[in-house]
Write a protein that binds this ligand. Structure first.
Ligand code: ADP
Length: 265
């Protein structure tokens, strides 16, 4: 069975100062469906934003942000639990830091936990443990964390669910004529060095961290699919029906390179 990692951003999971329950439920039902076909790991952001629903501390102060994350992690997990309970899916919480990828011993510990969790038909929900870490131990955004999780757990594909339909030739929020790229087989240095543009106040990444995640995934011969997390139609079509309508596929596979070339003619 193929293994896939979903990554969902804060913008999808939260709405002003609340958990976006309906969107979360849609995500949960997609994951339930996907689990019939794939082994699924979920990397979920949203702890700080969820914490803010309970207590409005100043998130620009690093220590207060950690308190928000510590409050929010349980808010987030209980929201997931309520919804996965409907489908009888057991979930587990796995908090990682960059250090977990530093040494082979650490990496083996979390690989083993993920493998055992999946073998027992449990859905692992991974987030960055930003509570006890120093800034240099942090990935800082779950895009890159999820790329590492995907690689080290031997996943075939990373699916990033964002507030945007895919990767465009320029920022569609500034340029209404921006064109979506269907297949990307190479990312240029200047694309990786552009300004960070997270779209909501709780988002940390923007498109650059997604491109860095894609670069990492492609260098490891895996694939990444970036698509809309508000409307899950393209994710469902791609994963369940095997049809690529919308969304951007990042891949270094030869046959896809040819498809990309044809698309450009
Ligand atoms: P999330 O919380 O889902 O991780 P982010 O706000 O961090 O989302 O990142 C997605 C945002 O990146 C988009 O909403 C868009 O404003 C911005 N962006 C900048 N350039 C591009 C581009 N070329 N293609 C797509 N999105 C872009």
């Amino acid at each position: 069975m193929k293994r896939i990692v979903f990554k969902v951003g804060s913008s999808v999971l939260t709405e002003t100062t609340n958990i976006a329950n309906e969107r979360m439920l849609n995500l949960v039902s997609l994951i339930v469906e996907a689990r019939k076909k794939y082994e699924v790991i979920l990397v979920s952001s949203g702890a700080v934003a969820a914490g803010y629903t309970a207590v409005q501390l100043n998130r620009s102060i690093p220590e207060s942000k950690k308190v928000l994350a510590s409050v929010g992690q349980s808010v987030l997990m209980s929201s997931y639990k309520n919804k996965f309970d409907i489908f009888d899916v057991t979930i587990s919480q796995i908090l990682l830091t960059e250090e977990d990828f530093d040494s082979r011993v650490h990496t083996e510990i979390f690989q083993d936990i993920i493998d055992r969790t999946l073998r027992n038909d449990i859905l692992p929900i991974v987030n960055e443990n930003d509570i006890s870490t120093t800034p240099d131990q942090l990935f800082g955004d779950n895009d890159q964390l999820s790329a590492h999780v995907a690689y080290y757990t031997g996943a075939d594909m990373l699916i990033i669910l964002s507030d945007i339909d895919g990767y465009y030739d320029s920022n569609p929020k500034d340029n209404p004529k921006a064109q979506i790229k269907k297949i990307v087989t190479q990312i240029k240095e200047e694309e990786l060095n552009q300004e960070h543009t997270p779209n909501s106040k709780f988002a940390t990444g923007g498109i650059v961290t997604k491109l860095k995640a894609a670069q990492y995934i492609m260098s490891k011969n895996r694939e990444m699919f970036l698509c809309n997390g508000f409307d899950l139609t393209s994710a469902r079509e791609f994963l369940i029906d095997g049809v690529h309508n919308k969304g951007t596929l990042f891949t270094s596979k030869q046959e896809k390179k040819e498809e990309e070339k044809k698309g450009k003619k």
